[in-house]
Design a protein around this ligand. Structure first.
Ligand code: DGY
Length: 321
């Protein structure tokens, strides 16, 4: 029955999602990588009932105006800061995202970046590759995780999954949220106010979604409150941290190091000033990039589309706050 419904994809989808949507709907995929060319995309949008967003486009009033029949936008990501939720609601377009299925993958990468910020794993590799090993040009020393405090700003599902990983390294965990969690004791974490977290944590992990309120949450003032030995880890969204303030903080030794999977801007140009610093590791927004997790995200996105087109509850629906 849904076969008459047209679904357009803004970018590549994983095979399980492709197979499902292709079997159930009239699918207009884009499997070549990158974005579907704008002209072709606009033409298909005019007739589309559903949009599979690979997270590579803005979904705003301008797009919605070109898609009069659109009923659902499902995006293969948990973050949806590129989607104007209010505009979608006004156009009667439902929104789906992919929480849950990516938690462990992102928590693993966040923990990996935490380790790297303490032990200079990437720098060590570069050191060996440059032929410097054995020339007595040491890397310097890292720091232990055991006994140190990890401060998580925004302790949600992903932050909670980092907790047992950090506990395996014998860390103490404090957190700050707008709403204090009821399961603190069960998780083994301690609530502190924002200023206390910034001024006492040895490792500061940013886990908040990007909203108008969290944009630039970590700027010059916040870096000034951190310990000179502090290390910053960000796997949420680049714009939560003020890039130039971070550059200054790392260059002037206001903090010791940073390890980031997300930056502002993305993609980061290869000649960006951040990349000239010795005390930073940057990965290209790969928090969810594992075979299993990307398959699960893609499949959940397809299921969100099918449920919405059938007028049923979506497995993961985003509502305007
Ligand atoms: C997410 O799911 O939000 C990841 O950051 C990928 O965009």
């Amino acid at each position: 029955m849904l076969k008459t419904m047209k679904v357009v994809a803004s970018g590549r989808m994983r095979q399980p999602a492709f197979d499902l949507l292709d079997a159930e709907t009239t699918l207009y995929p884009w499997q070549k990588g990158g974005r579907m060319p704008q002209d072709a995309f606009d033409e298909l949008l005019a007739e589309a009932d559903g949009l599979f967003s690979a997270g590579n486009i803005r979904i705003d009033e301008a797009l919605l105006a070109k898609a009069p029949k659109l009923k659902v936008v499902a995006q293969a990501s948990v973050g949806y800061d590129n989607i104007d939720v209010k505009a979608c609601q006004e156009h009667g377009v439902r929104i789906g995202n992919t929480p849950g299925v990516l938690v462990d993958a992102v928590a693993d990468l966040a923990y990996g970046l935490l380790l790297d910020s303490a032990r200079m794993i990437v720098r060590g590799h570069e050191h060996v590759k440059s032929g410097a090993w054995g020339e007595h040009k040491g890397l310097g020393f890292g720091v232990d995780l055991a006994g140190k405090t990890l401060g998580i700003i925004g302790l949600g599902a992903i932050g909670s999954a980092v907790v047992p990983r950090a506990k395996a390294s014998k860390m103490k965990i404090v957190y700050h949220n707008t709403h204090r969690r009821a399961d603190e004791a069960e998780l083994g974490v301690q609530y502190v106010d924002f200023a206390t977290l910034l001024s006492t944590a040895d490792f500061i992990m940013v886990m908040v979604p990007l909203t108008e309120k969290t944009k630039g949450l970590i700027g010059a003032g916040e870096f000034a409150m951190m310990k000179p030995s502090a290390r910053l880890i960000n796997t949420s969204r680049g714009k939560v941290v003020d890039t130039m303030a971070l550059y200054d903080a790392l260059k002037e030794g206001k903090i010791a190091a940073a390890a980031l999977d997300v930056v502002d801007p993305e993609p980061l140009p290869g000649d960006h000033p951040l990349l000239t610093l010795p005390n930073i590791t940057i990965t290209p927004h790969i928090g969810t990039s594992t075979v299993e997790t990307r398959d699960a995200m893609s499949l959940l996105t397809a299921r969100n589309i099918l449920a919405a087109l059938a007028g049923k509850p979506m497995p993961a629906e985003v509502f305007a706050k």
